[in-house]
Design a protein around this ligand. Structure first.
Ligand code: 2AM
Length: 177
């Protein structure tokens, strides 16, 4: 069997939003609140696949390529803290229908291809801090980062020399109205 890789489908944030978010994060959260996710790693996961073979990855890429979904605007205007997973996140107050449909399709394709999906409801989020297990003071919700989502991608997550890296394996466009 071929080498297994840790893969996930996700959405990249535009560079300007990432820069603005990390500046805001530095001004907003104390250093001891948690470990900041590197700017280049800020993303929104649509479907986590786990460690999978090249064969399964190619099968999922084929299914992803058949998806016809419209582009949508995603606004990051909410923040929260999940103490159990130690995650401080940004997300949308109202998830756009296009985002939910896209995640649902990818998650059901993944489940049908043997990548078990969490039974918890999909909660779209961008992880800002990890290892945040102590109570965190959340900022007032007076921020908003809107951006257009016109593609989604498959990413390979690798860990070496103490760093997590996400590299794009393939990407697909969403339809323009
Ligand atoms: P997170 O940001 O909430 O930690 C790559 O690991 C991406 O897949 C991360 O964004 C992570 O979400 C997400 N993910 C979802 N389920 C996961 C799991 N069981 N293990 C690791 N990452 C998972």
């Amino acid at each position: 069997m071929s080498e297994q890789k840790r893969l996930f489908f996700g959405i990249e944030l535009p560079r300007e939003s990432r820069q603005s978010i990390i500046q805001w994060r530095a001004e907003t959260f104390a250093a001891e609140a948690g470990r900041p996710v590197a700017a280049e790693n800020l993303h929104l996961t649509l479907a986590f696949l786990g460690e999978i073979s090249e064969e399964r990855s190619l099968m999922l890429q084929h299914s992803a390529g058949r998806i016809r979904q419209p582009a949508f605007t995603l606004t990051l205007d909410d923040a929260g803290h999940w103490p159990r997973s130690g995650v401080v996140w940004l997300g949308p107050k109202r998830a756009p229908r296009g985002l939910l449909q896209l995640a649902e399709l990818l998650r059901s394709q993944a489940a049908r291809s043997g990548c078990p999906q969490s039974t918890l409801p999909f909660h779209p989020h961008v992880t800002l801090l990890r290892n945040a297990s102590q109570p965190v003071a959340l900022p007032p919700r007076n921020f908003s980062w809107p951006f257009r989502v016109s593609r989604f991608a498959l990413y390979h997550s690798s860990y070496s020399q103490g760093r997590t890296r996400y590299s794009e394996v393939a990407h697909w466009p969403l339809e323009q109205p």
